[in-house]
Design a protein around this ligand. Structure first.
Ligand code: GLC
Ligand code: CA
Length: 549
């Protein structure tokens, strides 16, 4: 690899949702030892680092994003000793470990909040955001991201506390220097353990507007990327800079234009997860994918960070439905569309993240009733839909296409009863398509999605043009095809992907594009030589290579 390229730029990341990855002790819940068992699988796939969703002590109201002790491991996930083993073993295999850092809020069971709630003059009162309220009215109209008022009242002390998410997730008061000091001490403690970085949860929410300021058209504007947030982020960065680690911030509300400020040379983080392309998924009713909009969202980030910063590339995570169901076609073109979507994002400029199960094309789950759904935001939404007059069937249909539990069903390792995830009934229902979609079936099959992902990872490792090469888009207004080039002096790659279930004709003769391309990767069976004029089959995806001498 070229000099000056950081390890986290060269490697491919893999996100592990521990509760659903692998259950080692047959209690139906994935755990740390389960991750240890599967390290060799990740190694073989070609993964350079894993990001593990929260495994800290937690009442688990929001699946671990409500932390009651930052320096303890939740018993159902294992012990700190087991975590230490995981870290050592991963490092021995050349896999780095990124932890989730949830510092916008804690659990209401965290000792700080338990103290804080006791009285208005408790020393921990100022650790959270309390304001006067009456039984009739909250301090203001702000709405929480999970629905309902962002305030919950405490009768005893006649005040309410702010929570951007659930009421069991009170927001920390970042203006209080003591809070920052406590958090920074905890952060150093984890870094001293030798972990390789953090994914910073909900980090664009840590600064709040004055309570007198109402929301704009965006209901979350009073606590999303609020002016002045940079002061806190800079303090965090000062700590991160002392270690050879990678940081990736979850940054809703940060625009591509602001990207360089967040992840540029002097930016707060190495990368951020932007929300522009992923929010095209969040239609309550399943709409038709607007390919041009999707391309624009991705291209805008490519261009705004070109030469200035680095993108985090992703199509899935634990908060959104499965990409092959939402963006592809999991009925008629399951394999083709999963490969097409994979190729489309994997070779953009940035570090690709794979979410567990994405590499085998796991799909959304046809939940049979709301009782099968665990995610609290989805349960709340279901109630709201009923109140608004939707029938139970209509409401369930909306939940099915939007719930984040779609991506949280157990990882499908085999076609066994519980998909080889556990021998006991898992905490969340197993998708019945584990009979066809599973790791075991795909690992020996050269045309499988899993083999395709392995090839993509190898290609990215072998060619610097795919890491540091310049990005250039062709035919940006094409309504079906995403066509882009990654180029450096000696080598160029051309990626052409049809993102629709229809044939797609194209004419590249007007574009300034080189000749002599040869296919390196495709989801089709034939060779299909490069041509300036042609037609792609539904979800056809081709990657061409060209060498300059
Ligand atoms: C982030 C997490 C999500 C969680 C929320 C609150 O968006 O990804 O899973 O519910 O923060 O912590
Ligand atoms: Ca377990």
């Amino acid at each position: 690899m070229t000099k000056n390229v950081q390890w986290w730029q060269q490697e491919v990341g893999y996100q592990i949702y521990p509760a659903s990855f692998k259950d080692s002790n047959q209690d139906g819940i994935g755990d740390i030892n389960g991750i240890r068992e599967k390290l060799s699988y990740l190694k073989e796939l070609g993964i350079g680092f894993i990001w593990i969703n929260p495994i800290y002590s937690s009442p688990f109201v929001d699946n671990g994003y409500d932390i009651s002790d930052y320096q303890e491991i939740l018993a159902k996930f294992g012990t700190m000793a087991e975590f230490d083993l995981l870290l050592t073993e991963a490092h021995q295999m050349g896999i780095r470990v990124i932890m989730d850092l949830v510092i916008n809020h804690t659990s209401d069971q965290h000792k700080w909040f338990i103290e804080s709630k006791k009285s208005v003059d408790n020393p921990f009162r100022e650790y959270y955001l309390w304001a006067d309220s009456t039984a009739e009215s909250a301090p203001n109209e702000w709405q929480s991201i999970f629905g309902g008022s962002a305030w919950t009242r405490d009768e005893e002390t006649d005040q309410s506390y702010l929570h951007v998410f659930a009421k069991e997730q009170p927001d920390l008061n970042w203006e209080n220097p003591k809070v920052r000091e406590e958090l920074f001490t905890m952060i150093r403690w984890w870094l001293e353990k030798g972990i390789d970085g953090f994914r910073l949860d909900a980090i664009s929410h840590i600064k709040k507007e004055d309570y007198a300021i109402p929301a704009t058209a965006n209901p979350f504007s009073p606590f999303q990327n609020v002016a002045g947030i940079g002061e806190y982020l800079t303090e965090l960065k000062t700590i991160f800079d002392e270690y050879d680690i990678m940081t990736v911030g979850e940054a809703s509300g940060v625009s591509a234009a602001e990207g360089p400020q967040w992840v540029g040379k002097a930016g707060y983080f190495d990368m951020i997860f932007e929300f522009d392309h992923i929010s095209l998924w969040n239609h309550e009713e399943q709409g038709v994918l607007d390919v041009v909009k999707l391309k624009q969202a991705l291209t805008e980030w490519q261009n705004s960070l070109a030469g200035k910063g680095w993108n985090a590339l992703y199509m899935e995570n634990h908060d959104v439905p499965r990409s092959v169901s939402a963006f592809g076609d999991d009925e008629n073109y399951w394999l083709e569309s999963a490969k097409a979507l994979g190729m489309m994002y994997f070779f953009l400029q940035g570090t690709p993240f794979i979410y567990q199960g994405q590499e085998i094309g796991m799909t959304n789950m046809a939940f049979e009733s709301i009782e099968q759904v665990d995610a609290l935001d989805s349960r709340k939404l279901y109630q709201r839909l009923l109140q608004e007059g939707h029938t139970p069937a209509e409401s369930l249909a909306i939940i099915r296409s939007t719930t984040r539990d779609n991506s949280r069903t157990p990882m499908q390792w085999t076609n066994e009863k519980f998909a080889g995830f556990s021998s006991e009934k898992p905490w969340l229902v197993v998708n019945p398509n584990k009979d066809i979609i599973n790791v075991k079936a795909q690992s020996k099959e050269p045309n499988s999605l899993l083999s395709f992902y392995k090839k993509m990872i190898q290609l990215r490792k072998q060619h610097t043009a795919l890491v540091t090469g310049q990005f250039k888009e062709y035919l940006p207004q094409h309504k079906q095809l995403f066509i882009y080039e990654r180029a450096e002096a000696s080598e160029q790659f051309l990626i052409m992907v049809n993102l629709t279930a229809e044939n797609a004709a194209f004419d590249l003769t007007t574009e300034k594009l080189a000749e002599d391309w040869s296919v390196v990767l495709t989801n089709q069976l034939d060779e299909h030589r490069f041509d300036f004029i042609g037609e792609f089959a539904p979800y056809e995806a081709r990657m061409y290579q060209r060498k300059s001498f």
